[in-house]
Design a protein around this ligand. Structure first.
Ligand SMILES: *Cc1c(COP(=O)(O)O)cnc(C)c1O
Length: 338
């Protein structure tokens, strides 16, 4: 299918929040240091919203819907250092909605260290509802929603990670952007795309967008799992793809195998920085001056580095690494990175 036939945005509510298209650039010195395929980076850390990241693409659609539904507040949820929560708070401020964040912390108490994204949440004036509940934080979100409604507000709930049928359209549109990038660069499609995958919306959107632009099957979309086993995340991604297809009125459906997920790099668990992440962060910093984050992109880069060392890709192949952001969190991990 000609990519110009595919127009996700026009059918759906959308508010411009991201600096698009994001840059795409070769990582010559990093590729050379590894001696494998030629690695490029898609700079989705530069989407621009309060230090940027991948959630901004999703929020263009999610905030579009919140505004269209005449909401006056939004509620979302995440872990303590949630990049999604911080970007949602910033997006809400930009369109004039009151941001409410349900954030996990041990004991449900405000953490002693409020650096990184928590500092930004405070500066953005987000109302933080600390909770001990874990993802998807449904009970606490419902409680905050009831409270806001009782106060006469009209809140809109944005799911954790911004991962629903509407949010994933941000990454369906990103694949269209990639198709345009390739045209501009006069290069054939990348052989492999590598990115961190967690709540699944980014991966699902990429799969849907790759289908719509005719790239699915010609290019590998490899998600490096940050916190979950393939057996759990695969079906979730497939469900999201199908929800997205339904929203677009397509007959196309996928099964669980559609999601290419590598769960070999879970290390000590979510947000536990190990030697692979430390090495990946230093290697990209010292070969390219590029900073990746300790939780998502550092782990995905560590996985990519290991796969390159294991000759998973041929040296004549081209790999696109998606930098999905998260650098703000790095300042909350000084102990584990110094
Ligand atoms: C949320 C996040 C991801 C994962 O995206 P999902 O759509 O949740 O799978 C990757 N990188 C960063 C920096 C993130 O904040």
């Amino acid at each position: 299918m000609d990519s110009s036939q595919f127009d996700v945005p026009k059918k759906l509510p959308r508010i411009a929040l991201a600096h698009l298209p994001t840059p795409i650039e070769p990582l010559h010195r990093f590729s050379q240091a590894l001696g494998g395929p030629s690695v490029w980076v898609k700079r989705d850390d530069l989407t621009g919203l309060a230090t940027g990241g991948n959630k901004t693409r999703k929020l263009e659609f999610l905030m579009g819907e919140a505004v269209a539904s005449l909401a006056d507040a939004v509620i979302t949820a995440g872990s303590t250092q949630s990049n999604h929560a911080r970007q949602t708070a910033a997006a809400a401020r930009k369109v004039g909605l009151e941001p409410h964040l349900v954030l996990y912390a041990p004991g449900g108490k405000p953490p002693a260290d409020s650096n990184g994204n928590v500092l930004l949440d405070h500066l953005l004036g987000a109302v933080i509802h600390w909770t001990e509940e874990r993802a998807p934080y449904s009970e606490t979100i419902a409680r905050v929603e009831r409270q806001l409604k009782a106060d006469g507000k009209n809140p809109r709930v944005i799911p954790y990670g911004g991962s629903n049928a509407l949010g994933l359209m941000g990454y369906a549109a990103a694949m269209q952007e990639i198709a345009e990038d390739m045209e501009e660069l006069a290069l054939p499609p990348f052989d492999v795309h590598i990115f961190a995958t967690s709540s699944g919306g980014t991966q699902a959107g990429m799969i849907l967008g790759a289908h719509l632009t005719g790239m699915l099957g010609n290019t590998r979309l490899l998600g490096i799992s940050v916190d979950e086993r393939d057996a759990t995340l695969g079906p979730r991604v497939a469900n999201l793809v199908n929800d997205g297809a339904r929203l677009l009125g397509l007959d196309w459906r996928v099964n669980d195998e559609v999601a290419d997920i590598n769960d070999d790099y879970l290390g000590g668990g979510y947000a536990v920085v190990g030697e692979p992440e430390r090495e990946a962060i230093r290697l990209l910093a010292q070969t390219e001056g590029l900073i990746v984050d300790p939780v998502y992109t550092g782990r995905a880069a560590a996985g990519m580095i290991d796969l390159i060392r294991r000759s998973e890709f041929r040296s004549d192949q081209r790999v696109l690494f998606w930098h999905t952001g998260g650098q703000a969190a790095i300042f909350a991990f000084t102990d584990q990175l110094n």
